[in-house]
Design a protein around this ligand. Structure first.
Ligand code: OX2
Length: 836
């Protein structure tokens, strides 16, 4: 209950045009006020960063009325709310996006003009991006929250406010160097802190039995220590609507800031130890994309944010005056991979131990509210926690998991009497060798739906990953193909194209992405093709500028921009692309340039710091770039660039500038991909395997507008049993020579050792079937060159790629989740003030 009685007038500025007005005038006044009162500086002499902060605060003010109205409506109502649980939210820069959502880009530019200093682009450029994710999985969570808000679904993201996000990547002497990401150093204006809503989370300790008032035996957990989670909310405004959801990120602080007893005894170090240990929980993001390190701190992080979030959700239930029994009617929880799957045990513990519900009732609530998204089939990514470690950190949760497992296995016994092998395979506890908790099994047993992230992947989840579970519960498994938000990835990232689309489809196209279809008849219109090409060229010029500034490499914006950006992984096969580049280079050296067109091959992506082969691949790309770019024989036919520090901000420069999108993973290994969608949406043609969402992209855009190559998933499976990569070497002209050149140090200033492990990896084992796919890949690359040589045919295909990519909007994906998984309805937010 609030100490301030109801009926007190809201602040004068709530709903006041000064704070909510969307004109350049209002924004200018807001900025002036924030420069003075918030930043304590004067407009004269304000730095670019000061202006960024002032503008951000002024824009944030304009979110606040909507944000509070969204919250008020939620608190008062009974609508089911989506809780999207994710250890990663890769939200990207906020200012430009919020201006777009509010429809105030021009106003912001005008307000800045009145200060007479730097322009909007310069101001947007100083924003530090919160790198609170590794790659696709974290970015997906951000796109989904944006679509949830834009479609007016009540929702909250729940995650961790890492003090240090994904490292910044520098390239030194061709090697990746990791630099600590200090995204908070200049102050980050996009979060709202609510210390009063902090919650306490336990770790370690032991469990004991006791008799409750009714004389029933109960279990209770006595944690050895506790940490506090302080909520930091990032508002997520929907596109031109009042709905302003949030991502609630938890920061860990010590329950007591220091041990007074130790302090009094003069042990100053021990006095602050607890504080340091607690804060470590939200200190840093693990920089592995899709691989699991099995570190204790990682499990602590997972439990920390999940426990905070569930307690927070139960608290809002109480605010609504609803009983805990109705949890599943008020909340639907989506687990973004298994990282938050401890939620199954924690929700059971909260319901059974803290709220004293019976097991069966608690289990009904838990299974009615939790759904699980699988993002990978790679065995190295499937989380398992050694029982010893798990039990020492979360003893009560381990008990609960054993109980869940016992009941589940009994169900299996009834279903398949005597099938001991089945029991062993599906058990939540892995029993061979060191006992471990299989988190994917825990999530699958509890979830009401399990989905993969592309049609092919969801199929493989059923047939390869969880065939036993799929036989037990066929209706549980489903597919929701990933999507990306067309606001950030088209309207914001590609201003020239956004303008053209506005003129062609009407200004509100970003809210109605299916309208892209209306471009189809224009695909052969030569006037439209020319305008289309002009947009692309402008974006390529912009990217060429970034490359020149970053690496002093000059690239020709009229050449074919052939781009592969994503985390560096052997299964994603950046080294296949690099090998192809070396072969093109040899063709040039041999004067066999027939059919070649001027190309700029661009790479970007981070390697996990402990992933040695991925780092060597970066070194290899740097090596070929250096050698090839310096070779005068090129005559402008081939340039190679490695873009350092690939992140959301750079992505906004990259996708719009691409002609050709490299999606070349070994079939069956990339669950979906989302970069592939961003490229196609921006009119790039894909060269790709039948993997992940590539399959659906090809179906949507048309097989003629997609360069397909490579073995299928089934063919790869067949090859696997008897694969001798060295036998494939002779099938490719120039390949022997290329491999020799690489080994002899042609791309490493004569160092004949450096790339030997890479060559041996490929020729010796080739676990990712580069050589088996190489011949076909080269054919497809030639097809791409041939089409490029016919500009009108290329433009047509490019336009059709955009026209037919509306399916890959995260709006479509979110509607599918809402209908088929969550059972939630939009809830438009009513508000006094108008949205433009
Ligand atoms: C990624 C997948 O590798 C990628 O294919 C997918 O598009 C993305 O998730 C979003 O669904 N960590 N990252 C992923 O999976 C895991 C695990």
């Amino acid at each position: 209950s609030s100490p301030v009685p109801h009926g007190i007038p809201v602040p004068a500025s709530y709903g006041d045009p000064q704070r909510n007005g969307l004109t350049a005038n209002d924004l200018f006044d807001g900025m002036a006020e924030h420069l003075f009162y918030t930043l304590g500086t004067r407009a004269e002499g304000a730095s670019v960063h000061d202006l960024y902060m002032a503008l951000s605060h002024a824009v944030r003010d304009r979110l606040m009325t909507r944000h509070l109205a969204t919250k008020d409506q939620l608190r008062a109502g009974s609508a089911k709310v989506v809780a999207y649980f994710s250890a990663e939210f890769l939200i990207g820069p906020q200012l430009g996006n919020n201006l777009l959502m509010l429809g105030m880009q021009a106003e912001a530019a005008e307000a800045l003009r009145r200060f007479g200093g730097p322009g909007l682009d310069q101001v947007l450029d100083v924003e530090e991006e919160p790198g609170l994710g590794n790659g696709g999985l974290g970015r997906l969570a951000a796109c989904y929250l944006e679509s949830l808000a834009s479609l007016e679904f009540p929702a909250s993201g729940y995650g961790i406010r890492y003090e240090f996000g994904i490292f910044d990547q520098a390239i030194r002497d061709g090697w990746q160097v990791e630099i600590t990401d200090k995204w908070l150093k200049g102050g980050w204006p996009w979060e709202l802190v609510y210390p009063a809503q902090s919650v306490s989370v336990g770790f370690g300790g032991h469990v004991e039995s006791y008799g409750d008032e009714q004389g029933a035996e109960r279990r209770r957990w006595l944690p050895a220590h506790r940490a506090l989670g302080v909520p930091h909310d990032v508002p997520v405004l929907g596109y031109r609507v009042n709905s302003c959801d949030r991502i609630r990120l938890w920061r860990a602080v010590a329950a007591e800031s220091f041990d007074v007893h130790a302090f009094n005894e003069g042990d100053f170090q021990r006095a602050v130890q607890e504080k340091v240990a607690s804060e470590t929980l939200s200190k840093v993001l693990y920089p592995n994309d899709g691989t699991d390190q099995g570190k204790r701190l990682r499990l602590e992080q997972q439990h920390f944010f999940v426990s905070c979030s569930l307690q927070d959700m139960l608290r809002t239930l109480a605010l609504r005056g609803a009983p805990v029994q109705s949890f599943a009617e008020h909340w639907t929880v989506q687990l973004n991979d298994t990282h938050p799957s401890i939620a199954v045990a924690e929700l059971m513990r909260l319901l059974v131990d803290e709220h004293r519900l019976g097991w069966d009732e608690a289990w009904t609530i838990t299974t009615a509210s939790i759904a699980y998204t699988n993002h990978t089939l790679l065995p190295e990514a499937l989380e398992r926690w050694e029982v010893g470690l798990f039990g020492s950190l979360l003893p009560r949760h381990l008990e609960i998991i054993y109980e869940i497992n016992a009941r589940f296995l009994q169900q299996v016994r009834l279903h398949a009497p005597g099938d001991l092998d089945l029991l062993r395979r599906v058990s939540i506890i892995h029993e061979d060798g060191t006992k471990a908790v299989r988190m994917a099994h825990l999530a699958t047993v509890a979830a009401h739906h399990v989905n993969g992230v592309a049609a092919l992947h969801s199929q493989l989840v059923k047939t390869d990953l969880f065939p036993d579970f799929a036989a037990l519960w066929p209706g549980k498994f489903t597919n929701v193909t990933n999507g990306v938000t067309p606001r950030r990835w088209l309207a914001l990232a590609n201003p020239p194209l956004a303008r053209l689309l506005g003129e062609t489809l009407g200004d509100d196209w970003p809210a109605h992405i299916e309208r892209l279809r209306q471009l189809e008849p224009l695909a052969t219109d030569s006037g439209f093709q020319q305008r289309w090409a002009a947009c692309k060229l402008a974006c390529k010029r912009r990217l060429a500028g970034v490359i020149a500034e970053q690496s002093q490499v000059l690239v020709d914006p009229t050449s074919l921009f052939d781009i592969q950006v994503k985390r560096i992984h052997e299964y994603k096969r950046q080294h296949l692309n690099a090998l192809q580049v070396v072969l093109q280079y040899l063709r040039i050296k041999h004067g066999e340039t027939e059919g070649m067109v001027p190309r700029t091959v661009i790479f970007g992506g981070k390697a996990a710091p402990g992933y040695w082969m991925a780092k060597l691949i970066i070194r290899f790309i740097s090596g070929i770039a250096e050698t090839i770019n310096a070779d005068p024989d090129n005559r402008g036919l081939l340039r190679v660039a490695f873009l350092a520090d690939y992140n959301v901000k750079l992505g906004e420069r990259v996708y719009p500038a691409a002609d050709l999108s490299e999606q070349i993973s070994t079939a069956g290994l990339e669950a979906s991909g989302t970069g592939n969608m961003k490229f196609a949406l921006n009119g790039a043609l894909t060269i790709g395997t039948l993997d992940g969402a590539n399959v659906e992209i090809r179906q949507q855009v048309g097989t003629d507008n997609f360069f397909l190559f490579g073995h299928t998933t089934e063919q790869i499976a067949e090859l696997r049993s008897d694969y001798r990569p060295w036998e494939w070497v002779e099938k490719v002209p120039l390949l022997r020579e290329a491999l020799d050149l690489i080994e002899r140090g042609h791309f490493s200033n004569g160092d004949g050792e450096l790339f030997r492990p890479l060559v041996q990896n490929i020729v010796g084992r080739d676990s990712y079937f580069l050589l088996a796919d190489l011949p076909d890949y080269l054919v497809s690359q030639n097809d791409a060159s041939r089409l490029w040589a016919d500009p009108s045919a290329w433009q047509r295909a490019s336009i059709l790629n955009t026209a037919r990519s509306g399916y890959f909007s995260s709006d479509r994906a979110i509607r599918e989740y809402a209908e088929r998984v969550w059972g939630v309805e939009p809830l438009p937010v009513a508000m006094g003030c108008e949205v433009s």
